[in-house]
Write a protein that binds this ligand. Structure first.
Ligand SMILES: Nc1ncnc2c1ncn2[C@@H]1O[C@H](COP(=O)(O)OP(=O)(O)O)[C@@H](O)[C@H]1O
Ligand SMILES: [Mg+2]
Length: 362
C-alpha cells in the first residue's frame, strides 16, 4: 500500500439510513483527506451529517459506499481483532462527556485499559501521566458528580488518550461549556496536538472554536462537504453562503457594522461621503492606507470600527471607515484600495459619489 502523510482518507463515502417509508442520505459522496498532525474542523448546522461522517472513520458507522483508509489501513478489510486494535488508536470525546458516575476519575481514565496486558502498577502510572497531561492530578480520586463541566471534559480527554491514539475526534466536545471553559479546553487540545503529534478532528457549530485552533476546515450541508480550505481562506474569503453565515458568527466586525449603521451621522450620510468596509490579509496595515489616501487623493478617512485577528499567525484586518472628499477623488481612492490586496465593500454611499462611480453599488 502506498504510504502517504494522511491520517484519514475517506473516499466517496455515502451513508444512507432506511426509515419505514423513506431513505435518509446522511452522508452524500464525501471525500475527505486529513493530514497527520493536523487540526481539522468540520462545521455545519445540526443534521448536516457531521457525526455520521466521523463515525465512519472508526467504522462505528458502516458506510453504504466508499473507502475508509485510516493511517494507510483499509478499515473495511480488517478482521475483527485488527479492527478492535485500529479503533483503539482513534479516541473520541463528546458533548455530554459520557463518564461513568460510579467510578472515580482514575477509574474512568483506566477503564479502556482493563483488558490490556498492563499490570496494575503500569495502569496506575499511565493514569497519573494522563491526569497530569490534562491538569487534573489533584482530582484522581474524585467522582464525576463533583466536577465542573470543563473538568469532566478533561477526564473524558484523558480517557480518550489512554490507548495512545493517533487521532482524536472531538464531536461537539465544547458545545455544553461556557465560553471561558471552551477556550481552555481548546487550548488543551491544541497543546495535545503539539505534544503528542495527535491529529485532531474538531466537529463543531462554533466558528470561534475553529478560528482558535484549526488549520483547515470543511463545511457540511445536507450530507455533503460544500466548502473546504485552510483557515485563513475560510475566514477571509468564504465562497458559499453557508460558510459566509458561519464566518459571520465569529466576526465581531459585522456586529460593529450594525451599530455603525444606526448612528445618526451614518443614517444621514453626506453626499460626498462613502461608508466602506476594508478587509486585508497579511502585512498590509491600516496606517499607511489611511495616510496614503490623504496624501495621494486628498480624501480623508475616518475610522469608525476595526480589528485585527491572527489566523494561524496571519493577520486579517477589518476596518470600517468613512471616506470623504471630492467625488472624483473618492472614486480614485476606491480604485487605489482595490489595487492593494484589500477587499472593499461599500456599505453606504452619498449621492455625489454614487453619480461618478455610475451607481455601481456592490
Ligand atoms: N441511526 C440513524 N438512523 C436514522 N437516521 C439517522 C441516524 N443517525 C443520523 N441520522 C440522520 O442523519 C442526518 C445527519 O445526522 P448527524 O450525522 O447526526 O448530523 P450532525 O452531527 O451534523 O448534527 C440527520 O438527518 C439525522 O436525523
Ligand atoms: Mg452531531
Amino acid at each position: 500500500m502506498i504510504k502517504n502523510n494522511l491520517a484519514v482518507n475517506l473516499i466517496n463515502i455515502d451513508v444512507t439510513f432506511k426509515q419505514k417509508n423513506h431513505v435518509i442520505k446522511a452522508v452524500d459522496d464525501v471525500t475527505l483527506k486529513i493530514e497527520k498532525g493536523d487540526i481539522y474542523g468540520i462545521v455545519g448546522y445540526s443534521g448536516a451529517g457531521k457525526s455520521t461522517l466521523v463515525r465512519v472513520i472508526n467504522l462505528l458507522q458502516a458506510p453504504s459506499n466508499g473507502s475508509v483508509i485510516v493511517n494507510d489501513q483499509n478499515m473495511l478489510a480488517l478482521h475483527s481483532n485488527q479492527l478492535r486494535y485500529a479503533r483503539k488508536k482513534i479516541g473520541m470525546i463528546f458533548q455530554h462527556f459520557n463518564l461513568m458516575n460510579a467510578r472515580t476519575v482514575a477509574g474512568n481514565v483506566a477503564f479502556p485499559l482493563r483488558k490490556s496486558n498492563l499490570t496494575k502498577k503500569q495502569i496506575n502510572d499511565k493514569v497519573d501521566q494522563l491526569l497530569a497531561l490534562v491538569g487534573l492530578t489533584d482530582k484522581k480520586l474524585t467522582y464525576p458528580s463533583q466536577l465542573s463541566g470543563g473538568q469532566k471534559q478533561r477526564v473524558a480527554i484523558a480517557r480518550a488518550l489512554s490507548n495512545d491514539p493517533d487521532i482524536l475526534i472531538s464531536d461537539e466536545a465544547t458545545s455544553a461549556l461556557d465560553p471561558k471553559t471552551t477556550k481552555s479546553i481548546l487550548i488543551l487540545l491544541a497543546s495535545l496536538n503539539q505534544k503528542l503529534n495527535l491529529t485532531i478532528i474538531l466537529i463543531t457549530h462554533e466558528m470561534q472554536a475553529v478560528k482558535q485552533i484549526c488549520n483547515n476546515a470543511a463545511v457540511m450541508e445536507n450530507g455533503r462537504i460544500v466548502e473546504r480550505n485552510n483557515i485563513v481562506n475560510i475566514f477571509s474569503q468564504p465562497e458559499v453562503k453557508i460558510t459566509q453565515e458561519f464566518v459571520a458568527t465569529a466576526n465581531q466586525i459585522d456586529e460593529a457594522i450594525d451599530s455603525v449603521l444606526a448612528q445618526p451621522n451614518i443614517k444621514h450620510l453626506k453626499t460626498n461621503e462613502v461608508l466602506i468596509k476594508l478587509k486585508y490579509i497579511g502585512t498590509v496595515t491600516d496606517e499607511p492606507i489611511i495616510v496614503g489616501l490623504y496624501k495621494q487623493f486628498e480624501v480623508t478617512a475616518n475610522i469608525l470600527a476595526g480589528n485585527v485577528e491572527n489566523l494561524k499567525d496571519t493577520p486579517v484586518g477589518n476596518l470600517v471607515i468613512i471616506l470623504s472628499g471630492q467625488a472624483n477623488n473618492v472614486k480614485h481612492a476606491l480604485k487605489f484600495l482595490e489595487g492593494l490586496d484589500v477587499k472593499v465593500t461599500i456599505l453606504k454611499i452619498g449621492n455625489d459619489i454614487k453619480s461618478v462611480i455610475g451607481g455601481s453599488k456592490r
